[in-house]
Design a protein around this ligand. Structure first.
Ligand code: SAH
Ligand code: SF4
Length: 360
């Protein structure tokens, strides 16, 4: 939130901005004018806020930072998944993905434009199948950098985003306070006005933070990256499981589910010969029943440099049929264009190498 000692203006809630303006002897309604410039008219500097006095604009520029993120590259076309690579003020690269109207993957209605956004540069959790973890962790994103991904994509695409998934780079719950602040602003009618039910946070299983999130009043949705049904299998692919094992994670989920009307989602990547056995499917069904969760099965997307592969089509369908036989609501992602997770982490990694090699 702080860049060179200045508070980022796009990290402030309306009440906080009113307070700051009050200190400057300005009336409360000035804060409204400023948030309109930020989130409705989408200007890029205080100087463009022409209904404020010159003095006030100069004062604001002195007091607050106005961070920017720049589009470095866009991959994909209008009707398909588009990946955006951004450069942050400090030169770090992050990515976000715009998914056009697609089947309701996370409980929203089907005609929504969804974006998948990042919360950190890199990731410290090192899941064995994931590109984001490969180069380790650099830093948390500020709330303004989280929000700017949405604004930049709306500006670049000319499309209004109505669904947000926190499934880009990083572990959202390891950056909980910046993420929650960003979500309040994304949700606020004076800013982006996206409904809480259209916001999904995905976590690899930070049990204590899941409980904290459960105590938040906003009715956002939660997805758990489960990817295994036993400690034995989960330990092999997700180091976090050694800190918070399955039972610790599932009981944090019990706590969450008891406080929410919305169902939880279990995400389950199918990786050949690792987690795709019938036995895992039966046990997964048991966990899903315990939590009244639904299951999203995602065939593994290969990552350069990693040894894993996706199971055969038959194996994927068999795994799905076992869940269905247990009457668990489950989907299997089939369309190529919608494999949003293919994007998560991979674009940045490739582009970063190209930047280093002088290609970009
Ligand atoms: N850190 C959070 C959110 C970002 S990852 C989490 O782990 O939930 C978003 C989703 O992409 C997770 O479910 C993650 O397991 C999945 N994912 C990562 N690499 C993948 C790959 N190669 N193929 C398919 N899904 C992948
Ligand atoms: Fe991090 Fe999530 Fe990737 Fe695991 S799956 S390394 S937690 S981004």
């Amino acid at each position: 939130m702080v860049a060179a000692d200045k508070i980022e203006v796009k990290s402030l809630l309306l009440g906080e901005l009113q307070e700051e303006l009050h200190k400057l002897g300005e009336p409360f309604y000035r804060a409204r004018q400023i948030v309109d410039w930020l989130y409705k008219k989408r200007v890029n500097s205080f100087d463009e806020m022409t209904d404020l006095s010159r003095d006030l604009r100069a004062h604001l520029a002195n007091q607050f930072a106005f961070g920017k993120i720049n589009v470095v590259r866009v991959l994909g076309s209008h009707d398909t998944t588009r990946k955006f690579l951004f450069r942050l003020s400090d030169g770090n690269l992050i990515e976000s993905v715009l998914i056009p109207a697609s089947p309701a993957l996370y409980g929203g209605s089907s005609d929504r434009r969804t974006i998948c956004i990042s919360t950190q540069v890199g990731c410290a959790y090192g899941c064995k199948f994931c590109a984001s973890g490969l180069e380790g962790f650099s830093r948390n994103l500020g709330s303004n950098e989280i929000i700017d991904q949405i604004i930049a994509i709306e500006n670049a695409s000319g499309e209004k985003i109505d669904n947000i998934v926190f499934m880009g780079m990083g572990e959202p719950l390891a950056n909980l306070s910046n993420m929650m602040r960003a979500i309040r602003i994304i949700n606020a009618p004076w800013a982006l006005g996206i409904g809480a039910r259209h916001i999904t946070v995905s976590t690899s299983g930070l049990a204590p933070q899941i409980k904290k999130l459960a105590d938040e009043p906003l009715q956002i949705r939660l997805a758990i990256s489960l990817h295994a049904a036993t400690d034995e299998v989960r330990n092999q692919i997700m180091p976090i499981n050694r800190k918070y094992n399955m039972e610790t994670l599932l009981s944090a989920c019990d706590y969450y589910a008891a406080r929410r009307k919305q169902r939880l989602t279990f995400e389950y990547i199918l990786i050949a010969d690792v987690n795709d056995s019938d036995e895992q499917a039966h046990l997964l069904a048991r966990h899903a029943r315990r939590l009244s969760a639904k299951v999203n099965l995602i065939p593994y997307n290969t990552v350069e440099g990693l040894p894993w592969s996706r199971p055969s089509r038959n194996r994927q369908e068999k795994f799905l049929s076992i869940l269905r036989a247990h009457k668990i609501p489950a989907t299997l992602r089939r369309e190529k264009g919608h494999d949003i997770d293919a994007a998560c982490g991979q674009l940045r990694l490739r582009s970063k190498r190209e930047v280093e090699a002088g290609v970009l």
